[in-house]
Design a protein around this ligand. Structure first.
Ligand SMILES: Cc1cc2nc3c(=O)[nH]c(=O)nc-3n(C[C@H](O)[C@H](O)[C@H](O)COP(=O)(O)OP(=O)(O)OC[C@H]3O[C@@H](n4cnc5c(N)ncnc54)[C@H](O)[C@@H]3O)c2cc1C
Length: 439
């Protein structure tokens, strides 16, 4: 591709201690953790609301796999979920066959606005981080772009919680993407919401026959040749069912072989996914009992991705580490062994779904430390792992846990006037324990 260069002076908008890029689960954990350690924090989010995939892609049922297991969530995730529950209860959901770890994406937006304000965090929505300011090997700040134009924010530590590792990639840190054999990621998914459901009827079916009843109808119609989505998927998880006749999301419409970091691919994927939403919605309306009067209430604001860049860090967590239940000296989060890898090709051949809640592994701090650069941390689904291990650490509460660790580490480094790579990890672990994290 032909390249051109340009030079620009930008306004200095703010100087803070910690800059958190991205306000999804990881960014929320990072920003709150840093603020609670007395740091002046700027949180930059490209969308008009916080929550990442939960709110932008209707991924409302966080950690569904933990539902019936003994694993206990701790730290900021646990606290936020409990606080949310006290305020919004079951989010109008009347399902009894569904994970308790669920939110309404709409109530959550409001909840997170309030939370971030209470924690004294400076929040900029509608603003994309587009570049980093470097002084030799150390990151000194970021360049942001919004309706206000290009601006700079300076900080002592930058935490990349963009999901896609945008900031680390922009800073020139090497990364991997997709599976090791061919670079393919899991599919992108566009969730959609339906209204006009016969709530009583659908609830009765869910209570008495379970959600498999609906899946069986779909699989039967596939076998009869009545519907062909162009890819193989047996189930279509459904979100909250409300007395008002809404199903808050249906997770089924996938697009394959998309590069989540390529805007041309993304444009094509959104358009193709919307066609699939219409096709699948029309099928549901025609064939599922209780859906006869359904209407397509909304399509999620954006296609959601489960994986993209994985930033090269001081340590690369592998599936073998998870299988062998390795706990590292610099463990900053404990998680149960679980993999949820949707087929990158839309076939039955390459999906992995294992939930083994009796086994636990540690996520090392070194996975949050990108190689070859100072004062930059990564958290969330873009930390340093292999492809299969990413399908475990991408769970929402795990992303918030790595965010909490990164935010705490940044504060320790700043307080002790040292680099994030040189902090005393025992101190970090102690601070996390004091904040309620089980290690
Ligand atoms: C369809 C689907 C279903 C899923 N189901 C589940 C599930 O049931 N349970 C579960 O636990 N997990 C599930 N996941 C995975 C989970 O949603 C993600 O792994 C998790 O949200 C990642 O958190 P994150 O904070 O790392 O990134 P994200 O949630 O992607 O958040 C990143 C944030 O950064 C912002 N951002 C990105 N780039 C920039 C930039 N350059 N500048 C400023 N801001 C930026 C984004 O707008 C976003 O708000 C699912 C994912 C998908 C797509």
């Amino acid at each position: 591709m032909k390249m051109i260069s340009y030079n620009k002076e930008v306004k200095l908008r703010k100087e803070v201690d910690v800059i958190v890029c991205g306000g999804g689960p990881a960014g929320i954990g990072a920003a709150i953790a840093s603020a609670r350690q007395g740091m002046d924090v700027a949180l930059i989010e490209s969308r008009p609301f916080l929550g990442g995939n939960i709110t932008a892609s209707y991924v409302e049922s966080c950690n569904y796999f933990l539902w019936q297991g003994p694993f206990e969530l701790t730290g900021i995730y646990k606290e936020l979920e409990e606080e949310y529950r006290r305020e919004f209860g079951n989010s109008d959901d009347i399902r009894t066959d569904f994970s308790p770890h669920r939110f309404s994406s709409e109530y959550l937006k409001i909840f997170l606005d309030k939370k971030i304000e209470e924690e004294g965090i400076w929040l900029r929505l509608h603003t994309r981080v587009v570049d980093v300011i470097r002084d030799n090997k150390a990151v000194k700040g970021v360049i942001i772009n919004s309706k206000s134009g290009f601006e700079a924010i300076l900080g002592k530590v930058v935490i990349d919680c963009t999901g896609d590792g945008d900031v680390a990639a922009e800073a020139g840190v090497p990364f991997e993407q997709g599976r090791e054999s061919d670079g393919l990621t899991q599919p992108g998914t566009v969730n959609f919401r339906v209204a006009g459901i016969d709530t009583e009827r659908v609830k009765k079916i869910l209570d008495e026959k379970g959600i498999d009843y609906f899946y069986d109808i779909y699989n039967q119609k596939v076998a009869e040749g009545i519907i062909d989505m162009g890819y193989k998927r047996k189930n279509f998880p459904m979100g909250r069912l409300t007395a008002g006749g809404q199903i808050s999301y249906i997770n089924f419409c996938n697009v394959y072989k998309i590069d989540p970091t390529d805007a041309d691919d993304l444009s094509r994927a959104e358009q193709l996914a919307r066609k699939r939403v219409l096709k699948f919605f029309t099928f549901l309306k025609e064939y599922l009992p209780g859906f006869e009067k359904a209407e397509l209430a909304s399509i999620a604001p954006t296609i959601g991705f489960r994986d993209s860049r994985r930033i090269k860090g001081e340590y690369r967590l592998t599936a073998e580490d998870i299988d062998k239940e390795r706990i590292f000296e610099d463990t900053i989060a404990i998680y149960p062994r679980f993999y949820d890898m949707l087929s990158p090709t839309g076939t039955w051949d390459d999906l992995v779904y294992i939930v083994d809640l009796d086994k636990e592994y540690g996520i090392p701090y070194r996975c949050l430390l990108p190689v070859g650069i100072e004062q930059l941390l990564v958290a969330g689904r873009c930390i340093s792992t292999d492809h299969l291990a990413e399908s475990s650490i991408r769970a929402i509460s795990a992303c918030m846990a790595t965010g909490q660790a990164a935010g705490t580490a940044a504060a320790i480094a700043i307080s002790e006037n040292t680099s994030v790579k040189n902090i005393n990890v025992r101190k970090l672990q102690q601070a996390l324990r004091e904040a309620g994290v089980r290690l």
